[in-house]
Design a protein around this ligand. Sequence first.
Ligand code: HDD
Length: 729
Amino acid sequence: MSKKPTAKKTHEDAVSTAKTDELAQNREDGYGQFLTTNQGLRINDDQNSLKAGERGPTLLEDFILREKITHFDHERIPERVVHARGVAAHGYFEAYGNNANLSRADFLQAGVQTPVFTRFSTVAGSRGSSDMARDVRGFAVKFYTQEGVFDLVGNNIPVFFIQDAIKFPDFIHAVKPEPHNEIPQAASAHDTFYDFISTNPESMHMLLWAMSDRALPRSLRMMEGFGVHTFRLINTEGKSRFVKFHWKPKLGAHAVAWEEAQQISGKDPDFHRRDLWNCIEMGAYPEWELGVQVVEEEDERKFDFDILDSTKLIPEDLVPVQMLGKMVLNRNVDNYFAETEQVAFHLGHVVPGIDFSNDPLLQGRLFSYTDTQLTRLGGPNFHEIPINRSIAPIHNGQRDGHMRQTINKGQVAYGPNLLNDNFPKQAKLSEGGFNSVHERVEGHKIRLRSKSFVDHYSQAKLFWNSQSDAEKMHIVKALRFDLSHVQKEFVRTRTLVQLSQIDSELVRRVAEGLGVAVPSAEGVQLNLQVGADADAASLQSKPAAGNIGKDSALSMAPTAKINQGKTSIKTRHVAVLATDGANVAAIGDLMKALMDQGAQAAIVATHLGTIKGSDGKELLVDGTFHSTASVLYDAVYVAGGEASVAVLKQNADAVRFVNEAFRHCKPIAASGAGIELLKAAAYPGAEDILNADGVVTSLDAQVGGLAPQFITAIAQHRFWGRELKAMPA
Ligand code: HDD
């Protein structure tokens, strides 16, 4: 058989982990092979079914046709009930030193490298929806440790909408498309969502996060991750401590503008998955540090919120995050369905040294994740699917079920037994056995929310207070957008009443955009949705106090803590606008300067092929004003060259390209005649484009002095202050 032409060196060659090697036995590559049936029979004709005569009916005998069509008929499985749209990649986690004191988990010990598979997702949209929906992002990491699989199934937002898992189906039914007409797709801007939100004040904290820039990440590589619940870490001495898990992205945390997100959904619904895929293919591997906030058991009740309540976070200014190790994603999947779609996460996949808290949301999740796989993946053997297989050996008495792969030998499938010398045997703690934390628990069976869960507004206010002016404006605009799509006035009004409990400025600004006065909270019940016989009055949440202060970890403004010291422009996309007659030499210099810093530059012109420079030199064009758009780039450079700029100024798409980049607060550079295109792109009410923050120009057609300034501007990501001046909310 012939050999594959230039076998592409994949990252798989460079990156081998225990899991990658283990997956190899399931890989298939038909290159150079004969076409066969699923039974290995070589097929002679796959283009024509077996018929009775040239023009006659197809024969039932045609087992080749039947096998092919039958498999096709059954190749879809149910999408995830939530987090249906996702993308994943392989990589590794490497622990730093000094974690032994916190946890006995092997994968957290100094220098240990553990293969991981990480899936990012949106929550509400279906599998074919857009990456850029305003939504929470799932951040689920499967660690294939030597002691079994550990799954950290978190989000990019540290709190949740509800406190008790029993409300999850209600919440999801409210946020998903409405059941009568299945509208809207992947959006919170509709009546049922706000009907739920406004009658469940515990949702108000997360509502603000979901309306903030956190819900519009520029890249999955540029967002934080959170385990959300309080977990426990337990060390070899059996000492247990409460922890909150955090993922901190090496590239900082950045967002796009809401208008931009909506446009990206049309121009490239795969924006995030493409970005992740391409960066891994290029070798620009995304990295996060894993950290924990640690709370000693004796300090469990020292906060003015309950650490078992998932609608609350522990401010990092109170308890800083200590780093345990780093995760690098360095290999794309070979097959989306086999890996990304079939991966099954579960909070209950833990290893010795990690345990749960009594958070009622966490406790309910412990049931849901295995249960859902039974429908989604078709039975109880989903742990045998290659992507889910543990690299630690599996021995137990579980047998049979749909699609069982393991061939369990022997007569015995129970324990204790004498026939097999009592194997497989239970492992002592010293032999790596898992043992639930020895927590003393006693109480009455009771269906009631703890009073310690009742304050719903203080942390919402803390979040609001901690945002920069631009971020506050984004929240206000997002709420105006969403509530403008709500049809029922009383749902809007009730939501405003809820917002009024958080902050008077917030509600005033939102109400202003809706063209209504701030409604009075008088007479409106703001309490939890309590059980029928519960004492509602005792569960009434109070409006947030005035002096809650701020937490430095909650903002993701360019100057915020999460972005401090992150000056790299690696993997940023820069559009270079030019056409025939451009100053090609200057373009070359600028592109080199950007690429030396790890950014990517693409020439966008009026036509594909090449552009001819003023000096006769040619440059290959990457995209046209029709095929691409400014929303797909982080920054724009308008090249000099009289003839080129004269054409671009007359081209509405080129003008709009710069206009949008400016509106979306992106860094913009122009040299020589290129400055004229900037002037043409100014919009009514905007500040002087040439003197705006993040706009760098040089009258000189050469780019020598311009490049370093432009690079500094790109590192800042966005200049949101422009919006505050031009389009205040
Ligand atoms: Fe969940 C999927 C994260 C609450 C029930 N959840 C799912 C995924 C993530 C989260 C990232 C996608 C995993 C993947 O990529 O396959 N979920 C969270 C977080 C929560 C949360 C951070 C709150 C802190 N979830 C939650 C509750 C329940 C569920 C309270 C049910 C009681 N979640 C599910 C599920 C899913 C799921 C139905 C759908 C697909 C799956 O599990 O495998 O079981």
